[in-house]
Write a protein that binds this ligand. Sequence first.
Ligand code: EPZ
Length: 420
Amino acid sequence: MDKLIIKGGGPLSGEIRISGSKNSALPILAATILADSPIQIGNLPHLNDVTTMLALLRSMGLAITLNEKMTVEIDANTIKEYTAPYELVKTMRASILVLGPMLARYGEANVSFPGGCAIGSRPVDIHLRGLEAMGAIIEVDEGYIRARSNGRLKGASIFMDTVTVGGTENLLMAAVLAEGRTTLQNAAREPEIVDLANCLVAMGAKIEGIGTDTLIVDGVESLHGCHYKVMPDRIETGTFLAAAAATRGRVKLKDTSPGLLEAVLVKLEEAGAVITSGDDWIALDMEGRRPKAVSLKTAPYPAFPTDMQAQFTAMNAVAEGTGTVVETIFENRLIQIHELNRMGAKITLEGNTAVVTGVERLNAAPVMATDLRASASLVIAALVADGDTVVDRIYHIDRGYECIEEKLQMLGVNIRRVPG
Ligand code: EPZ
């Protein structure tokens, strides 16, 4: 297993480009199943999860051509298999996103039941109940979700009792080809859902309420191909900003969008950062100052994202003062604090609340990544630690951060990857 060796040092400084959004790319790739003519998706990030989603679509028989600029052309008409096998689902839970589109277009889908993972139990009951409300017959057999429909799915009025990103995406992708009107209430409003909905509209879908918690979908008989460009990755953006703040640095991030992460920018300003931005760039300058600790609570968009919690916990670990971090989305997502404490952080855990008292510097230590964003927090901690930190199990980081070491090198970091 590859490791990263990071020498803690001075402030991050420089300019980098932000990649396309992983969590937009995955549902949009799943949505290509719905198109009855070839579709091109651009600005895909070069990440393991994207490769896994393409491998899944290919294993089902879709014809896929990927060019060197990470634009993919997909023809779904060559589909032969309606199955997402265990081998792929176990490496990427987001494989569940093919369930809605396969069922909507072909009336059949078999998807290995995704289990829990390091950050929590992560059930998919809301996905399944919503599809059943649209007329699907669903059984769970030998670890597989086996879903069928007699003819087209039927529009339905669905209230999701928890705000779920993947659930909203799956049901939206099912609804666009269903017969009649579907109303999705208490829908997630994350920018990735807006991106998926915009792509579906470009394919000919009829969706109202995009960006709100009520999506109204009038099903159409077929969808066509289009050319769609995935939006910038707001979590990669936020991660580099938090890293710059923790190191008292100054960075400019290009090809991103400030409107995607207001809650994060507000907290960075509270930490003492000077933020400037244009349509497609964000700059952060700590003017050499140590960040001030911030308190935050994760919640569905537009509130503070759970996917940025670990990185802010790491920033708080070296900030001035004490910050309280409350995680409300996933029950086990403060797990990284134990590794941070091994590096000299002062963090205590009470239920779903981490109380972080900042220290001046951390100390390098061998640490191990447990999930994607937790590993990002360890990288941030390594940047502000004395000595060489070895971050193990970085396959987690490669799932969500394109060219992490090249980008950090461009910002002046002494970092290298060693094959394990
Ligand atoms: C998406 O996961 C993201 N993944 C996650 O990003 C992100 O952390 C999460 O949304 C929350 O923003 C992708 O987009 C591929 P949820 P998802 O369904 O869709 C509960 C990263 O680091 N729930 O919104 O799986 C669930 O247990 C990743 O990039 C049910 O109870 O998350 C959780 O407590 C990790 N029943 C809450 O809802 C359901 O049927 C939110 O989960 C579905 C979810």
